[in-house]
Design a protein around this ligand. Structure first.
Ligand SMILES: [Fe+2]
Ligand SMILES: [Fe+2]
Length: 169
């Protein structure tokens, strides 16, 4: 099922966005570790690895459909953040933007009757629902923990537990 040029371009753009996600989450992980949040830092590292895997799904798909890989530019993410809450609020905002991009990609696939893309895009739609729910819950927890250092410490330990294989989507 040879990929159409418009779909090839759109998939390459999404591939770049997934790599950009990995890039921004790596920056966040660095800040979290340096600020003394090892649990949240390793959670973000796992998140970055997952985003890299997402990019590679598109990479494989474009090649399997006879397309060419063409990566775009990635802007430097911020190196500093206001707080751990600020980090996760930005992560949530980022995931929402990615969800919107997946939605557009889906709409484009429908416009081009590109049914071969549907299973992959369905997977990403489900993944985005999960991602937004997970990060949104962490934001809620962090808001509650903001004035309780003990709770924040426990929350960081809890986030650190994610690193076990299979814990990520
Ligand atoms: Fe992703
Ligand atoms: Fe994501």
């Amino acid at each position: 099922m040879q990929i159409e040029a418009a779909m090839e371009t759109a998939f390459n753009e999404q591939m770049t966005r997934e790599f950009a996600s990995a890039y921004v989450y790596t920056a966040m992980a660095g800040w979290l570790h340096a600020e003394g949040f090892p649990g949240a830092g390793s959670w973000m590292e796992a998140q970055a690895a997952e985003e890299h895997a997402h990019a590679m799904r598109f990479f494989r798909f474009v090649l399997d459909r006879g397309g060419r890989v063409a990566l775009g530019q990635i802007a430097a993410p911020p190196a500093t953040y206001e707080s751990i809450l600020d980090v996760f609020e930005r992560a949530l905002e980022h995931e929402r933007a990615i969800s919107a991009a997946i939605k557009e990609l889906y709409a484009l696939a429908m416009e081009h009757s590109d049914y071969a893309s549907v299973p992959l895009l369905d997977w990403f739609v489900n993944e985005q629902v999960e991602e937004e729910a997970t990060v949104s819950q962490i934001v809620d927890d962090l808001r509650r923990a903001a004035t309780h250092p003990q709770t924040l410490l426990l929350l960081d330990r809890e986030l650190g537990a994610r690193s076990s294989p299979g814990a990520t989507g």
